[in-house]
Design a protein around this ligand. Structure first.
Ligand code: ZN
Length: 162
């Protein structure tokens, strides 16, 4: 089922999310979120973007170029961030319009629970690392806008609101 995606400045997007409980309701939500993400032509979607304040996000960083590789992250934790940083353009399905330049760690070690209830531990690099940090931010109520200088933020906000 397609879910409506909340848009900034919806206040739910700025709230921290509670730990998720892996049950049938959450599996259903994750499946709907993947469907919604593909329909919106996104590569990642976090639960608060569809109005659910739980620590869950989905992503697929390869589907636009090659095969689908849907991933579900329940209660993800950023265990370690690389010292190396990269600055790159980021869009967000909740902030239609502006693409903002955000600085991220080049690599990140994450732990999370998958749909089978198994705890996973992996180092993500490249676009997956960037996307995972972006989605993880959503779980703490942080948007790309929050990473910008006051001037860049004002410009991006004006782009959304016009
Ligand atoms: Zn986003």
């Amino acid at each position: 089922m397609l879910l409506p995606i909340l848009h900034w400045p919806d206040p739910l997007l700025s709230k921290p999310c509670a730990p998720a409980l892996l049950d049938d309701d959450l599996r259903h939500l994750a499946s709907d979120m993947l469907e919604t993400m593909y329909a919106a032509r996104g590569r990642g979607l976090a639960a608060p973007q569809v109005g659910r304040l739980v620590r869950l996000f989905v992503m697929d960083v390869t589907w636009k170029e090659s095969a689908c590789s849907p991933q579900v992250f329940v209660n993800p934790e950023m265990v370690e961030l690389s010292v190396a940083r990269v600055l790159g353009p980021e869009g967000c399905l909740s902030i239609p319009g502006p693409v903002t330049e955000v600085e991220r760690a080049e690599a990140v070690r994450m732990r999370w629970t998958d749909m089978e209830g198994q705890r996973q531990d992996a180092v993500l690099t490249g676009f997956a690392a960037i996307c995972a940090q972006h989605e993880h931010d959503h779980l703490d109520g942080i948007l790309t806008l929050d990473h910008l200088s006051p001037e860049a933020r004002a410009q991006a906000e004006a782009e959304v609101l016009t």
